[in-house]
Design a protein around this ligand. Structure first.
Ligand code: DAH
Length: 359
């Protein structure tokens, strides 16, 4: 029995050493210690041994079992490490490699600009609201205090669609101001929203496209006044154009839905035919705004003796062109990948106030 035991030990140890990988080692374990394994069988044979010799043989077998188990465990560790080493060698990831943003596509300047607007106004407590591109005469004009024969209706070069059965004219919205109405009719003040979205007018040249983008802003509560309008929009202009000392000017204007109405100009220089934003003695109009007209509040069921506030609207495409020096609006909508590669933004670098609005 003891001789047999020695021989078994020798063979099993060789097998353990020879196991080339973890599955092979497991097969050796089963062959040695499994239900029908060599050591197990030897243990079962103990009962046939003379009682005097049984104790010694039993102890020797237990030692063998322990040794085999220890050898298996050691080999398993070694093979595990080897397997890990092998994986580490093949599954390498070089973290020092530069990313290849080209392969991820580019963010369109309009999307980038909208995200910048959301970041800036978001930090001022505005949330984002939306409304439909196809709207009606009531939301686009009437509720915004455009009388039935108001000349501004013509100024908007409106695209009309077939009217509703009740005769209500249906339009492609000419401005995002429609969402002022939808927001105020849907909920109760206070409101502090921006509305980025598509707008449509029958107009087309280097700086006008029949489909373009606007962002609307609306703040309504019991205390907001013209000083808030000014502070908010000055802060916005300086944050957006990333010029802390950008001159900002408020010039009286007219819109049916605000009173008083104002247009906002930012400082620039046009020396040598080149437009440069910042102090330069010249001005460039970038948005319209004003205190929301009491008639508009009334049309939306908001009590103008209790609530007041301001609204603003600006062209997203236009401020994107200004900020990023893009001379022509038409290629914005041409889906030309060469243009997008040139003017687009890296997707891995979204705008944030803390991390920077743009590259
Ligand atoms: N809706 C105007 C337009 O499209 C822009 C505008 C001006 C919006 C003044 C406003 C505002 O909310 O107060 O020309």
């Amino acid at each position: 029995m003891l001789d047999q035991l020695e021989a078994t030990r020798g063979e099993l140890m060789k097998l353990v050493d020879a196991a080339a990988d973890l599955p092979a080692l497991e097969a050796v374990r089963v062959a040695a210690l499994g239900k029908k394994g060599r050591v197990t069988q030897l243990m079962q044979g103990l009962k046939d041994i003379a009682p005097e010799a049984r104790r010694d043989a039993g102890q020797a077998l237990n030692r063998l079992k322990d040794e085999i188990e220890a050898a298996l465990a050691k080999r398993k560790d070694g093979l595990g490490e080897a397997a890990l080493d092998a994986r580490l060698k093949t599954e390498t990831l070089d973290l020092t490699l530069p990313t290849r943003p080209g392969g991820l596509g580019r963010i369109h300047p309009i999307s980038q600009t909208i995200e910048e607007l959301v970041q800036i106004f978001g930090a001022m407590g505005f949330s984002v609201a939306e409304g439909p591109d196809i709207d009606d005469d009531f939301h686009n004009f009437t509720a915004l205090n455009f009388g039935p024969d108001h000349p501004a209706r013509q100024m908007h070069d409106t695209f009309y669609l077939p009217p509703r059965p009740d005769g209500m004219p249906v339009v492609l919205r000419t401005h995002t101001s429609t969402v002022q109405i939808r927001t105020m009719m849907k909920a109760k003040p206070p409101f502090r929203i921006i509305v980025p979205g598509r707008t449509f007018r029958s107009d087309s040249d280097a700086t006008h496209s029949p489909m373009f983008h606007q962002v609307e802003g609306l703040v309504i509560d019991e205390t907001t006044h013209m000083g808030h309008l000014k502070g908010c929009l000055i802060d916005f202009c300086r944050a957006f154009f990333q010029l802390d000392d950008l001159p900002v000017r408020f010039r009286p204007s007219y819109f049916p839905f605000t009173e008083p109405s104002v247009e906002v100009d930012i400082g620039c220089s046009r020396k040598g035919g080149e437009l440069k934003l910042g102090a330069g003695g010249d001005w460039l109009e970038i948005l319209g705004c004003g205190m929301v007209h009491p008639n508009v509040l009334k049309n939306c069921g908001v009590d103008p003796t209790r609530y007041q506030g301001f609204a603003f609207g600006m062209g997203i495409d236009r401020i994107a062109m200004l900020k990023y020096g893009i001379p022509d609006l038409r290629p914005f909508f041409d889906a030309d990948l060469r243009w997008l590669r040139h003017y687009g933004f890296v997707p891995l670098d979204p705008p944030s106030l803390a991390g920077g609005l743009s590259r």
